[in-house]
Design a protein around this ligand. Structure first.
Ligand code: NAD
Ligand code: UD1
Length: 343
């Protein structure tokens, strides 16, 4: 039962990964400062697994506290590092907050991992590093471009730091997973995305609109050069994404990984915003109130992944359809409402 430290393990992708790690026979240890998550994620994980997963309420930028976790948990075999801030708009308004947390947490973690001779790392990166790509689908060879937000830049800089470390002769082995658009929730509806305030991302906005919390969804632009004029994204079910972390950790632990490796994690299929809305309506039988609005500044018109490398080298595969992901997101929304009514 190999111990895997999961920073940001109470968050959206982290909580699903903790479940998948446990089901694959690993012993995850959660580290989170709860800056963007809630206790109920731990309760949801426990409800799914039928047992509690150890959790340290620790800030990953705090080297002293981080050392304490490594002291308390001897034998950590690898780390999956999710802990970061992720709101693009907020990062434009408060860049220092983003640089200090996202770079600080990774640098502190690397330093402490080195001290404790833990040298297997999975890093949460993003397709944001590709900017507006010239050719689609994007492969891992597609050039990385200047980031269009401080948040995106923190992902690009973290990848550069990890590459420099790999080139230095360090024995750290890293897999950076470049996520496309994670959506949906665990089929049990006990864990899912918990957006704070008005959601920026499409799917939580859709589910909150369907639930009557928001009046209507605004689709940002229908004059792009796409099938129906709305933007194209690669929406990947969060459980499929979580499983990608398990196979990445397995590859690192098997000793097969190069010093540093990058993998796209998506479905390989692009869908327009309107197609996503229609998929939600089909899956749930609910009619969504939406209108077309102006383009959102900074939006990438069209991006989706080539997942050949992850398929061949990691054995990664997606199993959920867009409709299933939408259904699970809706079930999670219903669960949230039910539990908040009871509270
Ligand atoms: P999330 O906000 O739900 O999870 C992040 C977790 O990290 C939260 O629980 C938060 O409390 C914790 N955290 C933040 N800073 C911390 C710190 N200094 N110390 C300890 N804990 C800290 O976000 P998510 O959607 O689960 O994203 C996880 C990772 O994936 C992030 O690095 C994010 O940038 C990356 N990512 C997310 C998406 C997406 O669309 N959700 C896309 C690409 C990449
Ligand atoms: C955004 C970020 C990306 C980040 C990701 C996760 C930008 C440019 N990109 O991705 O860096 O990793 O979030 O936080 O901000 N949409 C609507 N109406 C809405 C919300 C969204 O039409 O109310 C559309 C968007 O225009 C986009 C698609 O839905 O075409 C997906 O949007 P979103 O969920 O915000 O993700 P990204 O923009 O792809």
């Amino acid at each position: 039962m190999k111990k895997i430290l999961v920073t940001g393990g109470a968050g959206y992708i982290g909580s699903h990964t903790v479940v998948e790690l446990t089901e694959a026979g690993y012993t995850p240890i959660i580290l989170d400062n709860f800056s963007n998550s809630e206790e109920r994620a731990l309760e949801g994980i426990a409800a799914i697994l039928g047992k509690e997963v150890p959790c340290y309420r620790t800030d990953c930028t705090d080297a002293v506290a981080l050392r304490e976790v490594f002291e308390q948990e001897p034998g950590i075999a690898g780390v999956i590092h999710f802990a970061a801030y992720k709101a693009v708009g907020e990062s434009v308004a408060e860049p220092l907050k983003y640089y200090s947390n996202n770079l600080g947490s990774m640098l502190t973690l690397l330093q402490v991992m080195e001290e404790y001779k833990v040298n297997k790392l999975v890093f949460s990166s993003s397709c944001t590093v590709y900017g507006i790509p010239e050719k689609l689908p994007v492969t891992e060879q597609t050039p990385v471009q200047k980031a269009n937000s401080p948040y995106g830049n923190t992902k690009k800089i973290c990848e550069e730091i990890l590459t420099d470390l790999a080139d230095s002769g360090s024995n750290m082995r890293t897999i950076a997973l470049r996520y496309f658009n994670p959506i949906g929730a665990h089929p049990s509806a006990r864990i899912g995305e918990l957006p704070l305030g008005v959601p920026n991302n499409l799917v939580p906005f859709i589910t909150q609109t369907a639930a009557g919390i928001r009046q209507e969804l605004t689709i940002f632009g229908d004059d792009y050069d796409t099938a129906d004029g709305t933007c194209v994204r690669d929406y990947v079910h969060v459980v499929d994404l979580a499983k990608a972390h398990v196979v990445a950790i397995e590859r690192l632990l098997s000793g097969k990984a190069a010093n540093i490796e990058f993998f796209n994690v998506g479905t390989g299929t692009g869908n327009t915003v309107l197609e996503a809305v229609k998929a939600f309506e089909r899956a749930t039988g609910k009619k969504l109130n939406y209108k077309i609005g102006p383009r959102r500044p900074g939006d990438v018109p069209k991006i989706f992944a080539d997942v050949t490398k992850a398929t061949v080298e990691l054995g990664f595969k997606t199993t959920s359809t867009l409709e299933e992901a939408m259904q699970s997101a809706w079930d999670w929304q219903l669960h949230l409402e039910e539990t908040s009514t009871k509270a």
